[in-house]
Design a protein around this ligand. Structure first.
Ligand SMILES: [Zn+2]
Length: 362
């Protein structure tokens, strides 16, 4: 995972690249973090999905945020704007018309791909899902530029009815970006991972936004782009009843375990087993240091992104999607053993994230 030869190796093109988009792995962050994200995009092959708050000044905020991003990241890094209207307590639900003005605002700033301001599709709500695709189809008839139809939906539709969802997407043929809603990790079950992989294998360019380490699995399975959130609230959509995300402190990735943990928890576990090699990190931020050097949000942010990029490059260094998926599964299996090892050697309560099992069983 920390093989230095894999550093700087470009992430290979996905099965369905989006024209004009050089990056496949994206970081998803709120507009307040645009400078931090842009600095990473300037030095690595990484794009940004930035959430722009809704309201009267939305379009002005978009222009300013894109300008700031380009100033730091340069003209080649890709910026995608997310209206984020599908989450939170005041979310909109799918079925309403999509805002063409929001697409125009994105094209006016020169973004190669605009993303629609889609509302949320609840469990079993086929009618709204179809309504959303029909609204996308109406937009496509007059669109002056490229756009992806955002499909923020309850993961149940992906786990139980991926065939129908993919048929519907292919019926309209508009590039889509899925975002998954669930009270816990949406990709924590084998069924959900299997359903997602089926969707990603569609010849229609299909992306996965607002996810966690599963972004790498999604790219291996053929996603056009995949975006990893910088906070737990941006790693999936909490369904309506759950409101906003949970409060969090500073969390850092344990790269060999493929999971995020509070820095206090890492420090405690490291104190009990200081000799273990899984506490070392060779990412561009840490450069061989042990993980307990990470104390604040800025250090954690750099480490989390850089170590994820290394893992993505490693998983995606194969000749094709099948080889990449196999490599990702092996990485997930190895991570499960690291979790068992940490739990048994420290005696601490140490939960293995459920998404690992979801991918391993694929
Ligand atoms: Zn690191």
């Amino acid at each position: 995972m920390a093989n230095p030869n894999l550093l700087r190796r470009p992430v290979p093109e996905s099965l369905n690249p989006l024209p004009g988009v050089a990056d496949t792995l994206f970081v998803q962050a709120p507009n307040a973090k645009v400078e931090q994200v842009a600095q990473l995009c300037a030095t690595d092959q990484l794009g940004a999905v930035i959430t722009i708050p809704t309201g009267k000044s939305r379009n002005t905020t978009l222009v300013k945020t894109v300008e700031k991003f380009r100033e730091i990241a340069g003209p080649d890094a890709t910026f995608i704007a997310d209206a984020n209207q599908y989450s939170g307590n005041n979310r909109s639900f799918a079925g309403e018309d999509l805002d063409e003005d929001w697409l125009k605002a994105q094209w006016d700033t020169g973004l190669p791909w605009a993303l629609t301001n889609s509302g949320y599709v609840s469990k079993n709500d086929d009618a709204s899902l179809r309504g959303l695709l029909e609204a996308g189809d109406r937009l496509a008839k007059t669109a002056a530029g490229n756009f992806m139809l955002g499909i923020p939906l309850d993961v149940q539709l992906v786990a139980d009815r991926a065939d129908e969802v993919r048929d519907l997407v292919e019926q309209f043929g508009i590039p889509v970006a899925f975002m998954l809603g669930s009270a816990s990790d949406p990709l924590g079950s084998h069924k959900a991972v299997k359903g997602l992989v089926h969707l990603l294998k569609s010849p229609v360019p299909t992306s996965l936004l607002r996810t966690d380490m599963s972004a790498i699995g999604a790219l291996c399975a053929g996603a056009s782009i995949a975006a990893m959130g910088t906070s737990s609230a941006l790693r999936h959509i909490f369904p309506p009843a759950n409101g906003f995300g949970r409060a969090t402190g500073v969390s850092a990735m344990v790269p060999q375990a493929l999971s995020m943990h509070r820095v206090e928890t890492i420090a405690l576990a490291m104190g009990l087993t200081p000799e273990e090699l899984h506490w070392n990190c060779f990412c561009d931020g840490c450069q061989g240091r042990k993980l307990d050097h990470i104390l604040d949000d800025v250090q954690a942010f750099r480490h989390n992104i850089f170590s994820t990029l290394d893992i993505a490059r490693h998983a995606m260094s194969g000749p094709d999607s099948a080889a990449n998926l196999q490599s990702w599964k092996s990485t997930c299996t190895a991570a499960q053993f690291v979790h068992m090892d940490i739990a048994s050697s420290t005696g601490m309560r140490w939960d293995t994230p459920s998404f690992l099992g979801g991918w391993v069983k694929l």
